[in-house]
Design a protein around this ligand. Sequence first.
Ligand SMILES: Nc1ncnc2c1ncn2[C@@H]1O[C@H](COP(=O)(O)OP(=O)(O)O)[C@@H](O)[C@H]1O
Ligand SMILES: [Mg+2]
Length: 226
Amino acid sequence: MITLDNVNLAYTAGDSLVPVLNGASLDVAQGQSVAIVGPSGSGKTSLFLVLTGLEKPDSGSVVFDGKQLHDLSSDARADIRRNSIGIVFQGFHLIPSLTACENVALPLDISGSKGARKQAAELLDRVGLGHRVHHYPNAMSGGERQRVAIARALIHKPALIVADEPTGNLDNQTGDAVADLLFNLNKENDATLLLVTHDPALAGRCQRQVRLHQGRLQSVESEQVI
Ligand SMILES: Nc1ncnc2c1ncn2[C@@H]1O[C@H](COP(=O)(O)OP(=O)(O)O)[C@@H](O)[C@H]1O
Ligand SMILES: [Mg+2]
């Protein structure tokens, strides 16, 4: 479903180049769950930006559903994200002037679907926020905002779910509930699930674990994990 081949990415910072991805390759089948692990600064978020078409690599290819993502126009890439990809950003990226319900309904509103608000309220209930439907982001805790961001990423039943440390701000119980939701959708909809996590238990629930090390992806053997 998604294939990265020999992807290179460096950022410019002042006069210097910061290499982040250095020949990163990864092949993920439809419906697979994959944990991406690696220390802070190793490029996990950058990898997600590249594979969702938000950041163009310097070289290498990203093929999503048979299409060379970075050969498409930015509008075509946005269409793919709108229809097929749900992204949970590390910083949530909620719209402050919209309520939780309106934020979650947004992907459906944009595509003109009917019943967006009702579906959004139901999904908020599923992530334990039935009592926060009409709250604005700045009136919610970090963990609550994170669950709103997760609901917004899932509302259109995307074929690919990309979640950047989705349980990072949550207590164990809420984190487990959010993880259950991600894995349930992964199974129910045969959705591909890619997640960045520092939590070994959550990584262990994925079918595969890959580590980002020196700009490349390496398979993690299960006995190395704990
Ligand atoms: N827009 C940017 N400009 C310059 N350097 C960046 C930018 N974004 C990230 N970096 C640098 O790239 C490296 C990888 O960052 P990131 O992908 O966020 O890693 P991770 O998500 O694993 O913590 C870090 O050294 C970070 O400082
Ligand atoms: Mg990150």
